[in-house]
Each structure stands twice: as structure tokens, then as C-alpha cells.
Write a protein that binds this ligand. Structure first.
Ligand code: DON
Length: 307
């Protein structure tokens, strides 16, 4: 990897270029997201030597939404081991993230943990296996970020619940096939709550650095997951983290990545570090148009790809 000594001028140039991208529309399925300023833009790179370089609004916390699927999955993998994969598959869905059709054909077994059905299944595992699933997740995220005040936007949490008919349908469909163990409303509440976690691009880049470092946090030296599980999470992000645009992202960027409808995207560069980008307007796949452009340009300029 040939990263320049001083990344900042390059990140600044890439952010300025991204501001000329005018595609997309801020998520408007709930008011709390629709009101977020469209011109927020941030780019952070955390490298394995512990340095963090940022430009733009990297200190502004935003709703991480589906990026939380990575944190939930980590805890569920640790608790369930191999048996998790009897209840959720590891295949790309080729469908929108909240699609329901495939779930009935496939008898309530979600295609992967990166789509909504898969993350709701993972939430069931957490609710069923932890006495307090939310605090278990929150304390893990806080310790990964090395920041105690990572929070949850209660307004987003409440309105996710009010506008969650499709997620409820996914959960009850899985329950009808016997693939949800706990009370469905409790499972949904956990899922909506984790979507409402708020973090900055710096938090995201720092907290996920262990995925670029064979499962070990480069700051604390602590082994967060096994090397094998870090590889598996990266593989799932590569095939499914950008939903039905994952193939295009692999082709044009070539890094494991995960997006959320808050406009954030994280990309893992094994043995190098993490890129985190944020800009609220989303393309038709639910991926941030400017965040994708920033990660693509940076990866291309630095020659970063896992392929
Ligand atoms: O569950 C939902 O549909 C929303 N909270 C969106 C989650 C999300 O970020 C999906 N992806 N882009």
C-alpha cells in the first residue's frame, strides 16, 4: 500500500470533488432523517499505526443505520459460533435491502446478515442470548470507539418503530417459519434501537480498525474477534454490504464496505486501515452518492483493492 505521509491534502481534494456530485436524496421515510442537512460531508481514514486523518464534518455524529449491522453480527457470531449459519445464509440477495419476496421462497432464512431480514434475525439472537442486548451492544461499540458518550438518537428510534411496518412484516414472516425465537416486538425494538446509534466518521473508522488488522484493535492491542471471523465479516461486506449495488462497488472500488441510509459508508482496507465517509443524499439503492464517490476516488488514487 502506498499511502502518502500526509493524507490530509488528498482527502481535502477528494471531498471538494465529491461536493460537485449532485445525485441523490436525503432519506425521508422518517422526519428525523429527512431534516438532516444535505450538505454535511466528511471523510476519515484511520490507519493501523493509530493515526486518524479527517476532513469536513468528521466531528458531527449521525445516524449510522445499517452500519450497525456489523456490530450486531459480531456479537451474534461470538455467541452462536457455526450454528448462526443455519439460521441466516451468506449469499448476496440481489434485492433491495428491505425486500420481502425472497424470504418467503427461502422459508424464512434471510439471504445474509447485511439486509434488513438478516439483521432482524441477528437481533433475535442478541435478544435471546443476552440478558440486556442493548447495553451489551452499546458497551462493545463504546469500547471499540474509545469514547464513552457514543449515543442513540431516541427520536430516530421512536420513528423507526412508528414507520417500521415492512420490518415488522419481515420479522413476523420469519416467526411464522420458526426462525425467530424471542418475542417479535422485543426483537424489532432492538433492531430499531441499533439503527438509531449515532457516531462520527472518526468513531466509525477507529471502531472498525480491528477488521483491517486480523481481528485485533490496533489501539488497545486487544483481540476483538478471531482473525477468521474478521475475514468472514469482511467477506460478507464485500458480497452484500452495499446491497444490490455490491457487485458494482466490488468492480469499481474493490473493498469490503457497509452503508447505511443515514449516508455513512465504511470501507475496510486489510492490513492498512479503514475509510469512513458521510454525506446524507442517497442514490436509488439507498447508498450515499457522495460517500461512494469519495471512497472510490481515494481507493483508486491510493491503489487500494483487495482483488
Ligand atoms: O430498517 C430500515 O429499513 C432502516 N432503518 C434502514 C436501515 C438501513 O440503513 C438500510 N440501508 N441502507
Amino acid at each position: 500500500m502506498h499511502a502518502p505521509e500526509n493524507l490530509k491534502p488528498l482527502l481535502q481534494e477528494i471531498l471538494q470533488q465529491a461536493l460537485t456530485v449532485n445525485d441523490g436524496k436525503v432519506a425521508d421515510y422518517i422526519p428525523a432523517l429527512a431534516e438532516v442537512k444535505a450538505d454535511y460531508c466528511a471523510l476519515t481514514v484511520a490507519t493501523l499505526d493509530g493515526s486518524v486523518t479527517s476532513v469536513g464534518d468528521s466531528q458531527v455524529a449521525f445516524s449510522i443505520q445499517s452500519i450497525s449491522k456489523i456490530f450486531g453480527l459480531m456479537l451474534a457470531m461470538e455467541r452462536m459460533g457455526e450454528s448462526l449459519w443455519e439460521r441466516v445464509q451468506m449469499e448476496p440477495s440481489g434485492q433491495p435491502f428491505n425486500s420481502i419476496v425472497q424470504l418467503e421462497w427461502e422459508k424464512g432464512i434471510p439471504r445474509n446478515p447485511m439486509i434488513n431480514a438478516g439483521a432482524i434475525l441477528v437481533s433475535d439472537v442478541l435478544v435471546s442470548h443476552f440478558s440486556a442486548s442493548k447495553s451489551a451492544l452499546l458497551s462493545m461499540v463504546r469500547s471499540l470507539c474509545h469514547r464513552e458518550n457514543v449515543g442513540v438518537d431516541s427520536r430516530v428510534h421512536e420513528s423507526e418503530r412508528e414507520h417500521g411496518a415492512r420490518n415488522s412484516a419481515l420479522a413476523y414472516l420469519m416467526k411464522s417459519f420458526g426462525n425467530i425465537e424471542a418475542d417479535v416486538e422485543e426483537v424489532l425494538d432492538h433492531y430499531f434501537w441499533q439503527c438509531a446509534l449515532t457516531m462520527t466518521t472518526e468513531d466509525l473508522a477507529r471502531s472498525l480498525a480491528f477488521l483491517a488488522n486480523r481481528g485485533k484493535c490496533p489501539l488497545s492491542g486487544k483481540q476483538i474477534t478471531t482473525h477468521r471471523d474478521a475475514q468472514r465479516i469482511n467477506a460478507l461486506m464485500s458480497t452484500s454490504g452495499m446491497y444490490d449495488q455490491s457487485g458494482q462497488f466490488a468492480f469499481t472500488v474493490g473493498l469490503p464496505a457497509k452503508s447505511g441510509v443515514g449516508g455513512g459508508i465504511v470501507a475496510i482496507v486489510p492490513d492498512y486501515g479503514v475509510i469512513a465517509a458521510w454525506s446524507p443524499p442517497l442514490n436509488s439503492f439507498g447508498n450515499s452518492a457522495r460517500s461512494m464517490a469519495m471512497i472510490r476516488n481515494l481507493a483508486n488514487r491510493l491503489g487500494l483493492s483487495v482483488y
